[in-house]
Design a protein around this ligand. Sequence first.
Ligand code: SAM
Length: 184
Amino acid sequence: MLEAGSGTGQHVVHFAQPTPDIIWWPSDLQAAHLRSIAAWRAHAGLANIRPAMRIDLSDPAWCPAMHDGSGPQSLLAVFCANVIHIAPWRVAEGLFAGAARYLRGDGRLYLYGPFKRDGKHTALSNSIFDTSLRDRDPEWGVRDIADVEKLADGVGFALIEIVPMPANNLILVFERSTKGAASA
Ligand SMILES: C[S@@+](CC[C@H](N)C(=O)[O-])C[C@H]1O[C@@H](n2cnc3c(N)ncnc32)[C@H](O)[C@@H]1O
């Protein structure tokens, strides 16, 4: 299981603890976060967390470690929390392109964060957050589920589940669409 944009590394430790049968691969773009992940990993001492990989999701071929043998050879899932709204849209594009490239046939992509539905915010707090994001960088912003679905469709993935989470967040679950399989 690959975590994309792990940030501190706190979450991967939380997830890896109760799932000893799953190998977790944290990753991030920023050197400071990679150091933090390494510290959390050392602190946790869990055998099922691999060293953090530097992955820039805006590069569609974002997992060089999968090609040189130093990384995961087959991905069960990709988990990505709180990244695509705090990054330019090309990061979401790269995330899906890479997921299509690296996930095994029955693999899934889990996206956590705030999302708009049918162009509307689901809560005032998300709307305020969206404005603050766009003030910081006009390329950032809370994404609309329909836009993410369109992106997924373009790489042969379909949204199969929306799980409500606390504080007006959602988890969007994607897998390869049967439509894609039929036409492949
Ligand atoms: C708000 S933090 C979220 C961290 C963590 N997933 C969480 O939920 O707390 C956003 C993360 O996305 C990472 N990020 C931003 N752009 C990225 C990119 N192009 N490729 C990979 N990670 C990126 C940042 O370095 C940062 O760690």
